[in-house]
Design a protein around this ligand. Structure first.
Ligand code: FAD
Length: 388
């Protein structure tokens, strides 16, 4: 049978993921949210169905698809009312491993990840004292013979308790000794199972939504030198591939959220009768939804464009950033319109609007905040002077 063309493949993926998500309806997510518990059953179902290996090449057992297909999958999870934050990192971290990892590393890890025996879900970038300026990170990986010894602290490292591996960025050359501040950073694949009890401490952080995020302390954690991804000191460059994929995929999740909010809000607006007519008959209720719809659909085009550039190995920094900016704004606008449309019921847990509202708010801040995207566009696209 010939391989389906892209629109057909995307429709097949959307239908199949939607079907899987029907097994995890609103009460499943609501209950986990109340308990701040990890959606283990959902992640296992996605893994068993092969979706967590979407980007892994076929030679390592994966589906060999691109970021565009991963975006369809993550969007559909969110459009169904779920949340892919519990597992999306395996998709975007993969960009760095696939493009810059050695053949030996790929052979060692990728088949096990495909089988679901290993999880690569943790991405260790953020630190408490550096904020958005990644070049200032203080975690050090010092080379000692055939090992790196890691000391430092990371914050907001999501899923660290539910992952076997972490892609870690650390300084291998002190900032004072590098010509460019983006130099001297390296990417290491840390086996969290081996590190547990050997200098690694993970502390959960409770947040406004259910996100399984943590603080991670490295106190002399030893990482085999063979776990270095690519060349020492080039980590910032490798990170950028991962960050672009992350922005595109999280933008896709925002599109899914936006469509979910609009579907729920329109349904409610047709059913809710006040002053003897459906509230959705009032332009004051219609227009915010119509505007949010237009913005979600426009953002979706940018997400698809950025994914296509990423998959064809073209430069996509501007498009990935714009996709994230537009999609996060559109989902937030749709979230607000959905709360307003639901009136008091927008605040009731059993309607799930308030849960998704809290969840989608994150994307104005993480994985990169709106201001930093605007600063990127100003400097790198518009050629304005650097502001920071
Ligand atoms: C729930 C959650 C999960 C996360 N998961 C991960 C993860 O798995 N791995 C990981 O590495 N990180 C993760 N993060 C961290 C996330 O990427 C950062 O929070 C985000 O990049 C913002 O950095 P910051 O919090 O240090 O904010 P800061 O950099 O301190 O910024 C604070 C505010 O100041 C603004 N600001 C800062 N500098 C400027 C400037 N020059 N111009 C204009 N405005 C500016 C920002 O826009 C922001 O609004 C997560 C965060 C959260 C909340």
């Amino acid at each position: 049978m010939p391989a389906p063309d892209k629109p057909e493949l995307h429709q097949q993926l959307k239908t199949a993921v939607g079907e899987l998500c029907r097994g995890f309806p609103d009460p499943y997510w609501r209950d986990l949210d109340a308990k701040r518990a990890y959606p283990e059953a959902f992640v296992q179902a996605l893994t068993r169905a092969g979706y967590m290996a979407t980007l892994i090449p076929e030679e390592y057992g994966g589906a060999g698809l691109g970021v565009a297909e991963a975006a369809v999958i993550l969007e559909e999870i969110h459009r169904s009312g779920g949340n892919a934050a519990a597992c999306h990192a395996q998709m975007y971290i993969m960009g760095t491993v696939l493009r810059h990892g050695s053949e030996a590393q790929k052979k060692k890890y990728l088949p096990a990840i495909t089988r679901g025996d290993l999880r690569l879900q943790a991405f260790g970038v953020s630190e408490p004292t550096t904020g958005s300026d990644t070049t200032q990170i203080k975690t050090i990986a010092a080379r000692r013979g055939d090992k790196y010894v890691v000391k430092g602290q990371k914050i907001w490292i999501s899923r660290a308790e539910h992952s076997d591996l972490m892609l870690l960025i650390a300084r291998t050359t002190p900032l004072e000794q590098v010509k460019k501040r983006t130099g001297g950073l390296s990417v290491l694949l840390v086996d969290l199972r081996q590190a547990a009890g050997h200098g690694l401490t993970i502390r959960p952080i409770r947040t406004m939504m259910n996100h399984a995020t943590t603080e991670v302390f490295f106190d002399g954690v030893e990482v085999p030198a063979e776990n270095l991804i690519g060349e020492e000191g080039q980590g910032f460059r490798y990170l950028l591939d991962g960050l672009n994929a992350e922005r595109i995929l999280i933008a896709a999740e925002c599109i899914g959220d936006g469509r979910w909010f609009l579907e729920r809000a329109c349904r409610y607006a047709k059913e809710r009768v006040v002053f003897s007519r459906p509230i959705g008959q009032n332009q004051g209720v219609q227009f915010p939804l119509a505007r949010a719809y237009a913005n979600v659909e426009a953002a979706a085009l940018m997400v698809a464009h950025a994914a296509q550039l990423f998959d064809s190995h073209q430069s996509c920094g501007a498009q990935a950033n714009m996709a994230k900016l537009l999609a996060a704004d559109a989902s937030w606008e749709a979230a607000n319109a959905a709360v307003q449309t639901h009136g008091g019921f927008g605040f009731a847990e059993e309607y799930d609007i308030e849960r998704k509202f809290r969840e989608t708010r994150l994307y104005q801040v993480a994985p990169v905040s709106t201001n930093l995207i605007l600063a990127y566009i100003a400097e790198h696209v518009l050629g304005l002077p650097r502001s920071y």
